[in-house]
Design a protein around this ligand. Structure first.
Ligand SMILES: *[C@@H]1O[C@H](CO)[C@@H](O)[C@H](O)[C@H]1NC(C)=O
Ligand SMILES: *[C@@H]1O[C@H](CO)[C@@H](O)[C@H](O)[C@H]1NC(C)=O
Ligand SMILES: *[C@@H]1O[C@H](CO)[C@@H](O)[C@H](O)[C@H]1NC(C)=O
Length: 293
């Protein structure tokens, strides 16, 4: 009995020691270049205790940013994250073939938007990238200018109104809204207003879902999909994700219908080729190719 206990204790201590050595040697080995990692990390969990207090973390980030000349790293569990505004560091990292794979953080984005161009790498990425090349043709990009111009005009008008009313606003939010309006219209043909009168369901859903995604990023105990799906946040996230997906699915089905009976629906759809058309075209081509061969 006593022997058993000693045995167990030895195993336990041995296990902990091995874990610590692994943490020290394999997760803390030198990073590409000489990036300073901020002090205060814990074994295995890294800087999570500091990060959880977002306000403090933000304030400290400003300080580190100055102290370490615009570049510093921190640990999220055993993963390394680098924050930088130094072009040379960015250039070094982006041109290094060691870092071709997308970072693990993309798995949370993948949970929201699936395995697309943004979240894939390697062969899948190449295939997807080829597929959308026609969408970046000058002729098509030029067609998007009126939409961008209209959205920017709306933004400036909002700025003016705020200036007249003497009210403050969040610039980042406005930027997101502008981006979203332009992307929704040029990729899916859905016109959103920056003021959020229409399409606000979509905007709220998207914002809520991405907020939950960022929250999960800093909570390692929610990394596991199954555990996440049981948590309160996870349930909400899945609900919002499904709503977003059915929203997009409706648009795609609409557009396929429109392709079938060309040109009989409303003006916005008929006048321009949008992103989704390029994808549908290439699917049609592939279908035809399959039928012919
Ligand atoms: C500015 O004030 C007017 C009148 O109170 C209001 O209708 C409008 O929504 C306000 N605009 C903004 C951008 O807050
Ligand atoms: C949103 O509002 C704009 C005008 O502000 C309108 O042109 C557009 O059709 C509306 N979009 C939807 C999806 O209802
Ligand atoms: C988004 O979150 C806010 C507050 O967290 C909530 O009031 C709103 O109903 C949510 N919207 C959607 C579409 O889930």
């Amino acid at each position: 009995m006593l022997l058993d206990l000693t045995c167990l204790a030895t195993l336990f201590i041995g296990g902990v020691l091995l874990l610590l050595i692994w943490w020290k040697v394999y997760t803390r080995n030198s990073f590409h270049g000489d990036i300073t990692f901020i002090p205060g990390d814990w074994p295995l969990i890294g800087h999570i205790p500091i990060i959880l207090d977002q306000e403090k973390f933000r304030a400290l980030s400003d300080k580190w940013y100055k102290d370490f000349d615009g570049t510093f790293g921190y640990y999220l569990t055993t993963k390394k994250l680098v924050i930088t505004s130094n072009v040379k560091v960015i250039n070094d990292l982006l041109s290094n073939s060691r870092y071709l794979k997308k970072s693990w953080g993309y798995v949370f984005l993948e949970a929201l938007i699936g395995k697309g161009l943004v979240t894939s790498d390697g062969e899948l990425w190449k295939e997807r990238r080829r597929l959308i090349t026609p969408a970046f043709h000058f002729g098509i990009l030029n067609g998007f200018i009126p939409c961008m111009e209209r959205c920017v005009k709306e933004l400036i008008q909002l700025f003016d109104e705020h200036a007249e009313n003497g009210t403050t606003f969040n610039v980042l939010n406005m930027g997101t809204k502008l981006t979203m309006a332009v992307i929704c219209e040029t990729s899916m043909g859905q016109r959103l207003s920056l003021r959020g009168e229409n399409g606000s369901d979509f905007k709220a859903l998207y914002e809520n879902a991405t907020n939950l995604m960022v929250k999960r990023f800093f909570r390692p105990w929610l990394f596991n999909d199954f555990i996440y799906s049981l948590s309160k946040d996870g349930k909400l996230f899945l609900k919002q994700r499904n709503a977003l997906r059915s929203w997009v699915k409706n648009i795609i089905e609409d557009r396929i219908e429109f392709h079938k009976n060309k040109g009989v629906t409303n003006d916005l759809k008929a006048t321009r080729k949008i992103f989704i058309d390029v994808l549908l075209d290439s699917f049609e081509r592939r279908d035809r190719y399959r039928r012919d061969s």
